[in-house]
Design a protein around this ligand. Structure first.
Ligand SMILES: [Fe+2]
Length: 306
């Protein structure tokens, strides 16, 4: 029987995958085994440290339920979610650069960022111009813009999934087991690709730090805060789905987002206005903000070809 030395273990594990029927799975697992073994060797991991890691991952899993996703938080705070997003986005950019000459005039697509742990499937579909605020605390803000492809052609009927925390930085999902949806909606662009709706001006907030990921952040000497942002997911047949945020330009923590999600192109000025008549004719009895942003989507065919 051949005895395996420490330096041979990774290759031995990889060799056992010779009959794996899925080439991509094999490729991913081969790299994972190589890097994991190299990591253990590099830090000369002790048995106690490895058991700590296993207990940490176990606790992370136990923290998860249908409203709390501690593994997404772990991925986000280690920068891995943003890395995956960046790799996907780079494929879309490459597709635009290699488009045929007659398709010229392309401008960069809107940048993507992390989805985060607070997406809740099944938000109500509301007409354009709706007010998402309900009884949520926060300063009113009017959002508007147009959705086009990268060549400026409007995208009518594009579905916008919108969600954010309230003016205190708290998401509906964090309000206990019987929490109802708040500050979420599904809206569709009009015939010219335009959208507009009311919500609140988002504020900075800490990611949930009462679980294992919070402990990890404290051991790292890190704060848990994210700059103020509103989440959007844009879906339309024929275009690549875009998951992104709009960040508030005067928010703290823009330079130290706990999940590394800030892109300069997604930072938006929220312009303050006195009480009065808003752009959609609504009369506000208190000051409000306006935020305008135009989104540019990548055609799905181009993305698939990259
Ligand atoms: Fe968020």
């Amino acid at each position: 029987m051949a005895q395996l030395e420490a330096n041979d273990l990774a290759q031995a594990v990889i060799d056992r995958m010779a009959d794996s029927p899925n080439p991509r799975f094999k490729e991913v697992m081969t790299a994972l085994v190589k890097h994991a073994h190299a990591f253990v060797q590099e830090v000369e991991l002790t048995g106690e440290e490895w058991m700590n890691a296993i207990q940490f991952l176990t606790a992370t899993g136990k923290m998860c339920d249908d409203k709390r996703q501690e593994f997404i938080l772990l991925s986000d705070t280690l920068g891995i979610s943003m890395l995956v997003v960046a790799i996907e986005q780079a494929k879309g950019m490459k597709a635009q650069r290699t488009g045929s000459p007659q398709q010229g005039g392309a401008t960069p697509a809107t940048e993507a960022t992390v989805q985060g742990p607070f997406f809740w499937e099944g938000a109500p579909e509301l007409p354009l111009g709706s007010d998402l605020r309900g009884s949520a605390p926060g300063e009113p803000s009017f959002y508007s813009g147009v959705v086009t492809d990268v060549r400026g052609k409007p995208v009518p009927g594009c579905l916008l999934e919108v969600w954010s925390g309230d003016g205190d930085g708290i998401y509906d999902m964090q309000r206990g087991d019987d929490a109802e949806m708040m500050l979420r909606a599904r809206l569709r662009t009009d015939a010219e690709g335009r959208y507009h709706f009311w919500s609140i001006k988002p504020t900075f907030y800490p990611v949930p730090d009462d679980g294992p990921v919070g402990d990890m952040l404290r051991h790292m000497g890190r704060h848990p805060n994210r700059p103020g942002h509103i989440h959007l997911m844009l879906k339309h047949p024929g275009h690549q789905t875009l998951t992104t945020h709009l960040f508030v330009s005067d928010s703290p923590y823009l330079d130290s987002d706990a999940v590394f999600g800030v892109r300069n192109s997604l930072v938006v000025d929220f312009t303050r206005h006195p009480a009065g008549t808003a752009p959609d004719g609504r009369v506000l009895d208190k000051p409000y903000y306006t935020a305008r942003y135009d989104f540019r989507l990548v055609l799905a065919a181009e993305h698939a070809a990259a």
